[in-house]
Each structure stands twice: as C-alpha cells, then as structure tokens.
Design a protein around this ligand. Structure first.
Ligand code: DQA
Length: 137
C-alpha cells in the first residue's frame, strides 16, 4: 500500500514554530515513528510552501496511490485550486490538522478542501496523521 503525506506552508517549521500550538517534535522524527509502526505501508512524504507545487504533487500521486494525507496549512482556508485538484484526482484524500481549528480564530473554521475529501481529522496533535493513515487500512 502506498500512502502520500503532503504538508503545506510553514509545516517545515514543526518543532520550532508556535510550539504551544503545534508541539515540539520535528516532522522528520514523527515520520520515522510512523514508518517503524507501519512497516507494511510505503509512506512517502512531501512538503512545500508553494500552492502550485502542492497541486502538482496531488496530480502526480492522485491516480496511482491508495491514499493521501493532506495538511494544507493555511491554504485549507483559502485555496479553491487545491480543492479543485482534490476533486479532480481518484485517490481519496484525508484532510488533517494538528490543532483543533474549530477552537481557534473564525477564519480557520472554514475549509475549501473538506467537501472534496474522504474525511477530516483535526486536533489530535501529530497523532492526527496516524489516525488518517488508519482510515485507509
Ligand atoms: C494547521 C491549521 C491551519 O489553520 C494553520 O494555518 C496551519 C496548521 C494545523 O495543522 O493545525 O498552518 O493546518
């Protein structure tokens, strides 16, 4: 089974950025744990701060992979284009957020992606990514 994790803008700063919201582990450390836990799954990882690059990655994997775990960061709340890309591919996408976006500012309560996703997981810290992987098993 092939799963693609895609992280969007500012998520390269996990472990450094706003630790009280996003925690103090780097994504690389967490990814190692995930790969050790799911030895029978190929977990590919991609991060970009650029909207079009996220769309290109969705197109690249979205006709052959079994699942995509997408944390589009702030683009979740603004990007019609990423929402359209999700609608245009065949691979199911689970939208994830580390924080509980519904406890935060009102502009984070709206997702332009969710309606085209298989589901949404938010608020479980980095464990949100593991829960999303579980949804594909
Ligand atoms: C986030 C929530 C977004 O609102 C924010 O812009 C992020 C991270 C999360 O994982 O909690 O960059 O997607």
């Amino acid at each position: 089974m092939n799963i693609q994790i895609i992280n969007g803008p500012n998520l390269n700063l996990l472990g450094v950025r706003e630790k009280s919201i996003y925690g103090d582990s780097s994504f690389d450390d967490y990814l190692n744990e995930l790969r050790k836990r799911y030895t029978n799954i190929t977990i590919n990882y991609y991060q970009s701060n650029v909207e079009g690059e996220i769309i290109n990655k969705l197109h690249d994997v979205g006709f052959s992979y079994d699942g995509i775990v997408l944390n589009a960061g702030a683009y979740t709340h603004t990007s019609v284009a990423i929402g359209d890309a999700i609608a245009g591919i065949n691979t199911p996408v689970v939208e994830v957020h580390i924080s509980n976006v519904y406890k935060r500012e009102e502009f984070r309560h709206k997702s332009l992606l969710a309606a085209n996703c298989k589901g949404v997981i938010a608020g479980f810290g980095l464990d949100s990514y593991r829960l999303a992987i579980e949804s594909f098993l």
